[in-house]
Design a protein around this ligand. Structure first.
Ligand code: COA
Length: 220
């Protein structure tokens, strides 16, 4: 490659001569362009890697503008389909329904609802998933931590639970990593998919000595 001082001298000489631009000026410009493009690509890749290793870019609340994105994601990720009421309810739950973005593309979503059953206040994870090419990048963790943080800040939840198809080993491994336990297996829980049985996975949000909220209400 030519010495840059030589290029500068040639350039000054050409400017002074008022001749049409010689070929080497175009060659030099092209070379500089290639260097800039390469540097940009490298920095984008680094950025991508940082994001993928640590976290998705951001999460965003579900609203009327992005509800179709949520529907599309759920159609691709889950073997069951969700009805219009599901999506109508999702619009009402605020922070409990979020899309996860990776480099500004919606690649996952979590949808929960508050549930009062078994005399307890519980958070039910209706759906939590991300597109297959974006798995094992920490996106599921980001979404689950989001809902766990909501429960922790609220402080009145007894537990958090969900249903998982018994064959869904990756999801079972994922939830067990966060302290969820299989507390029950329901026969024929799903209508149109095989296997139809589901595990109920639950994580207690109470310390062993604290009474459940239901009992607190009774004694008040
Ligand atoms: C379950 C699911 C949400 C996990 O999302 P994810 O973004 O891949 O999860 P993460 O990258 O945050 O994984 C966190 C940890 O969970 C565990 N885990 C996740 N997927 C796993 C798999 N396929 N096998 C074993 N362990 C797994 C690992 O310990 C992982 O940590 P590591 O990658 O450092 O080893 C994802 O597989 C998915 O979308 N599945 C389809 C939808 C679904 O079944 N949802 C569950 C029912 S609501």
């Amino acid at each position: 490659m030519r010495d840059s001082r030589l290029w500068s001298a040639d350039f000054i000489h050409w400017r002074r001569s008022k001749q049409p631009a010689p070929f080497w000026i175009y060659a030099q410009l092209m070379q500089s362009l290639v260097v800039v493009v390469r540097m940009r690509q490298r920095s984008e890749l680094t950025e991508c890697w940082k994001t993928s290793a640590a976290r998705p870019d951001r999460t965003g609340r579900c609203n009327a503008h992005n509800i179709k994105q949520l529907k599309r994601l759920n159609q691709v990720i889950f073997p069951v389909s969700y009805n219009d009421k599901f999506y109508k309810d999702v619009l009402e739950v605020g922070e409990l329904a979020k899309l996860a973005y990776f480099n500004d593309i919606a690649v996952g979503a979590v949808c929960c609802r508050v549930d009062h059953s078994q005399n307890q206040k519980r958070l039910y994870i209706m759906t939590l998933g991300c597109l297959a090419p974006y798995r094992r990048l920490g996106i599921g963790t980001k979404m689950l931590n989001h809902v766990l943080n909501i429960c922790e800040k609220d402080g009145t939840f007894d537990n958090i639970y969900l249903h998982v198809q018994i064959s869904n080993e990756s999801a079972i491994d994922f939830y067990q990593k966060f302290g969820f336990e299989i507390i029950e297996t329901k026969k024929n829980y799903y209508k149109r998919i095989e296997p139809a049985d589901a595990h109920v996975l639950q994580k207690s949000l109470r310390s062993p000595c604290a009474p459940p909220t239901g009992e607190l209400q009774k004694t008040e």
